[in-house]
Design a protein around this ligand. Structure first.
Ligand code: ADP
Ligand code: MG
Length: 596
């Protein structure tokens, strides 16, 4: 047989290698920002066009590169950060593989301008698919400006695989958060399609978190601090009642490097046990300092996973320190620390605090039909269908007889486990999932109201200002029309806040902020689903948020009303989320159970 093995042409080899480092525009941002930080930058400007697909530009005031280094930087395995294998174990920088720039350049058009303090002039290079196209000596400020244009211009298949501009931007912003949080002393400016979305001055960790996520997060932050000889932990966790069903606000850093770790996440979540609803995720910004030789950061090429030598111990230390912080901050309103003898007891051990009953009311839920529960009472529009059912004195015969009659007429319905409504029908019985049934009812109603702009609005006597994080602001801008159509009268949008002057009648003034935030967050979580119209997504979110939950006792009249409404819907079999609403148990099936 003839020889069949060839060496791949260099450009193909480069493209293959690039695949590992550069998955999408957000990978480019990560590498460029890390390089700027490694170069000692204190001020970084990021300019994005078209979700990073057209251009990603990062300008820093770091140490810059000499003419020779500027060119060298694009060679594979060219790095100034390590010189030999021993240094691998004591890396202090973000990069060290010398792969990023060569990989990025293999699949894009690059313009680099760099100047060091020791030269009067800077260098400007233009490269394309690793080939130097132009070189110039120019006047430039100290530092580096690098622009990555038309990512994957030479690999159409990869370019087509990229998502919409807004989704790619979201990935970029997430990457940006990770870095901006771990370098609060560096100031960042972030411009997307010519509009500035972040301008973060140099500050401390707490202020940095607040300037990214909005003023409101400030009161949610609970400090965490622990020093042992294995690990030093610091940062913030979010109070349990601010945990979210959707992911987000979960940041772990080891030696200031962002990592993902399911076992550390588990340790934090289990510390919140009993304090948050099932499936809810606590938020955290936690930093771990460990000896570099006790971790292996090389197990994943993009370096977000990490292997610790002492996983078990770390797990326990973290858990105990989170519990301690939760205890400290949540019992404080109910226990007067000044009168707490524990604190004056020389044998006092902070661990004791963990055994105290933590008095937090989370997962309180609400009953839609309780008279004093305004939220859902309003939610069930025109609640005249719901007859308040009170016990009457026995002498009031006519009334009693009337009520018995009424009961008799509805005896066919029965609520089971506060979750299902069972009704007998001609052919057998049907078992209805109350939450899904109500979601269907509300969904159809909201969809109609939103598309026809028919929502009844109540004007507020005093406008409510709602602060939004930059990310939420972006979502709001995108969905503004539908949000307004769903009954929110929004006067003007200031830089950081919305001024609400009217709210839909299904919403209560005190809940408006929570509801709007929930809407925006749910939209954010669903942003990837492009198959539905924006009105549809909004109607679904509202229905899900406001529907009667399971574990709610419903009175007979309420059960009746729900079924009436359900059977008046266009679709009765499936919830808006395609879940089965009810099923039928036929007489035949029942008899089979009795072997009849
Ligand atoms: P690594 O960061 O792993 O060393 P890169 O390919 O990301 O590899 O960068 C190669 C080299 O280019 C770096 O080691 C550094 O010397 C230089 N470099 C890259 N970006 C910058 C920058 N913004 N400022 C100064 N030097 C830089
Ligand atoms: Mg690098």
């Amino acid at each position: 047989m003839a020889d069949i093995i060839n060496l791949l042409p260099e450009n193909v080899a480069n493209q293959i290698a690039a695949g590992e480092v550069v998955q999408r525009p957000s990978s480019v941002i990560k590498e460029l920002l890390e390089n700027s930080i490694d170069a000692g930058a204190t001020k970084i400007d990021i300019i994005i066009e078209k979700g990073g697909k057209k251009n990603i530009k990062v300008i820093d005031n770091g140490m810059g590169m000499s003419v020779k280094d500027s060119k060298m930087a694009f060679e594979r395995h060219a790095t100034s950060k390590i010189k030999n294998a021993d240094e691998l174990f004591s890396i202090q920088t973000n990069g060290f593989r010398g792969e990023a720039l060569s990989s990025i350049c293999a699949v894009s058009q690059v313009e680099l301008i760099s100047k060091t303090d020791s030269f009067d002039f800077g260098t400007k290079l233009n490269l394309e698919a690793n080939k130097l196209k132009k070189e110039k000596t120019i006047v430039a400020p100290n530092g580096t400006s690098i622009s990555i244009k038309n990512l994957f211009f030479n690999i159409p298949a990869r370019r087509n695989f990229l998502k919409s501009d807004s989704v790619e931007l979201k990935y970029i912003v997430n990457e940006f958060y990770r870095i901006a949080i771990s370098y609060p002393n560096v100031s960042f400016k972030f411009t997307n399609n010519s509009s500035e979305i972040f301008n973060l001055p140099s500050s401390n960790l707490r202020k940095r978190i607040v300037s990214i996520f909005g003023q409101k997060i400030d009161e949610k932050l609970v400090p965490v601090e622990e020093k042992t000889n294995i690990v030093e932990i610091y940062g913030f966790i979010l109070k349990p009642d601010f945990s979210k069903k959707t992911k987000g606000n979960q940041f772990f850093y080891v030696n200031n490097r962002y990592i993902k770790s399911s076992f550390l996440h588990h340790s934090v979540s289990s510390s919140y046990d009993g304090l948050i609803k099932e499936n809810y995720k606590p938020g955290y910004f936690l930093f771990f300092k460990v000896k570099p030789e006790t971790i292996d950061i090389n197990i994943h090429p993009t370096k977000t996973e990490i292997k610790f030598d002492n996983e078990q111990i770390l797990y326990s230390i973290l858990k105990s320190c989170i519990k301690h912080s939760l205890g400290m901050f949540n019992i404080s309103p109910t226990i007067d620390f000044t009168n707490n003898n524990n604190l004056y007891n020389p044998n006092y051990n902070k661990k004791d605090l963990r055994n105290l009953n933590v008095d937090i009311e989370v997962d309180s839920g609400f009953n839609p039909f309780k008279t004093n529960d305004t939220k859902l009472k309003n939610n069930i529009e025109n609640s005249n269908h719901f007859v308040e059912y009170e016990s009457k004195p026995i002498q009031d015969l006519t009334q009693t007889i009337f009520e018995i009659d009424k009961l008799k007429s509805s005896i066919k319905l029965f609520q089971f486990m506060n979750k299902y409504i069972i009704s007998s029908v001609k052919s057998g019985i049907i078992i209805i999932h109350q939450n899904r049934a109500h979601q269907r009812v509300l969904y159809e109603r909201f969809l109609k109201n939103i598309t026809q702009s028919k929502v009844q609005i109540q004007k507020l006597s005093f406008p409510i200002a709602i602060n939004l994080s930059s990310e939420m602001r972006m979502i709001y801008i995108k969905y503004e029309e539908e949000i307004k159509a769903s009954g929110f009268l929004i006067n003007k949008q200031k830089k950081e806040s919305l001024e609400i002057v009217g709210i839909p009648i299904y919403c209560k003034e005190e809940n408006v902020e929570e509801l709007l935030e929930d809407i925006l967050e749910s939209i954010q979580a669903k942003i990837f689903n492009k198959n539905f119209s924006q009105s549809d997504i909004l109607a679904k979110i509202l229905a899900k948020k406001l529907a009667i939950k399971t574990n709610f006792p419903l009175k007979i009249e309420e059960q009746e009303k729900l079924l009436d409404d359900l059977f008046a819907c266009k679709e009765i079999l499936l919830s808006p989320f395609e879940k089965k609403i009810f099923f039928n148990l036929s007489l035949k099936e029942v008899e089979k159970k009795f072997n009849l």
